[in-house]
Design a protein around this ligand. Structure first.
Ligand SMILES: *Cc1c(COP(=O)(O)O)cnc(C)c1O
Length: 387
């Protein structure tokens, strides 16, 4: 009933980590809505003693996510930022982290406003050319933090080349794989030590939960993160774990449709007279195209674009003019979303830092959903024609 060890991605997505419930035969993993477990004698139990430390619904999810990333360990968290926070908490004051200058706004905020005051040091650099990372590594660098493709500029970084340079110096490599999902990109096979996800996005896939995960084949990191789970408690509840498990069963199906639709939307936008520049790694003239084609299965469901009339007000009118695309934060759900990074997701990044990183104020980001392609194109055409 469980997935054979040589099963392929779609089979793992449906089955990995899950067994029919031993007491009833229920094919779906039950929602073990309990905080504690009865013991037959002090500290004699069936593997679970208190739900902060472990819960069977969570265990099933962790096994499923680990299989999808090709990892031996999965650790589920209450949110993506809780997962990121826990990794950073494994460092010590004086340790240095290198990351890219185009990072999810919440990660940037967590690093600079929470962890920097506690004594971690950060350098955010343009790592498009992998050899440039050598210049920003320091003797105290402990972590290289990569996000690819990036949010919202969809820049692509060379995981294998960067990981090789970091590992040569004993630096741990973390990849935030939220934008690609394990269906499109598997960083551990490219040399990363840890993969982190906001499961809120493609893994969950239905915009009905907040969750995070770390996947790794490194026993020491697994132990450190489990100790943090036990000590600090950033755990997801059983209901959210159940919803995530339900989501991952269709990950491979959803991602194919996201990619199909994003490709059609990107092409449509590129030919539209009201549109300025379209950023989509699937275009051959995208600077990261060859690399994306090498390290990803397909090009993902995200498309960003600017307008010919590069004014913030015009961008807002487009976003208010769509009916299928909903104006909202987040991404990766079945429904199409439109957002304005400069005022929404990246609002916490200072304007001058945004400009320096090349984030135009009129940039519109689309999370292309799994609806009918023709309806998405029609919706965008209507909104663009009205400006
Ligand atoms: C959303 C997101 C996060 C944060 O995850 P939450 O689940 O919202 O806490 C981290 N990284 C990326 C790339 C994201 O898009």
């Amino acid at each position: 009933m469980s997935a054979p060890s040589d099963a392929r991605f779609g089979t793992l997505a449906v089955h990995a980590g899950q067994e029919p419930d031993p007491s009833t035969g229920a094919i779906m993993t039950p929602i073990y809505q309990t905080s504690t477990y009865v013991q037959s004698a002090p500290d004699v139990h069936q593997g679970y003693d208190y739900a902060r430390v472990g819960n069977p619904t969570r265990t099933a999810l962790e096994g499923n996510l680990a299989a999808l990333e090709g990892a031996t360990h999965g650790i589920a968290f209450a949110s993506g930022v809780a997962a990121i926070d826990s990794i950073l908490k494994c460092l010590r004051p004086g340790d240095h982290v290198v990351s890219t200058d185009d990072l999810y706004g919440g990660t940037y905020r967590l690093m600079t406003q929470v962890h920097e005051p506690w004594g971690l040091e950060f350098t955010f650099a343009n790592l498009t050319e992998p050899s440039d990372v050598e210049a920003v590594f320091q003797d105290n660098t402990k972590l290289l933090w990569i996000e690819t493709p990036t949010n919202p500029l969809l820049r692509v970084f060379d995981i294998a080349a960067l990981a090789e340079r970091a590992r040569a110096r004993g630096i741990t490599v973390v990849v935030d794989n939220t934008f690609a999902s394990p269906y499109l990109q598997q960083p551990l096979s490219l040399g990363a030590d840890l993969v982190v996800h906001s499961a809120t996005k493609y893994l969950g896939g239905h915009s009905d939960l907040v969750g995070g995960a770390v996947l790794t084949s490194d026993d020491e990191w697994d132990e450190k993160l489990r100790f943090l789970i036990k000590s600090a408690g950033p755990v997801p509840g059983p209901m959210d774990c159940f919803l995530q498990l339900r989501g991952t069963k269709t990950l491979h199906l959803r991602m194919e449709r996201h990619c199909d639709n994003a490709e059609a939307v990107a092409r449509f936008l590129r030919d539209h007279p009201k549109v300025g520049h379209v950023r989509y790694p699937g275009f051959e003239d995208h600077p990261g195209h060859a690399l994306a084609a090498k390290q990803m299965r397909r090009f993902g469901g995200m498309v960003s674009f600017t307008l010919e009339d590069d004014a913030i007000e015009t961008a807002i009118r487009v976003m208010q003019g769509t009916r299928v695309f909903a104006l909202a934060e987040s991404l990766g759900g079945v429904e199409s979303l439109v957002s304005h990074p400069a005022s929404m997701t990246h609002g916490s990044i200072p304007a001058e830092v945004r400009q320096k990183a090349g984030l135009p104020d009129s940039l519109i980001r689309l999370s292309v959903g799994v609806e009918e392609e023709a309806d998405l194109l029609q919706d965008l055409d209507r909104a663009l024609s009205a400006i």
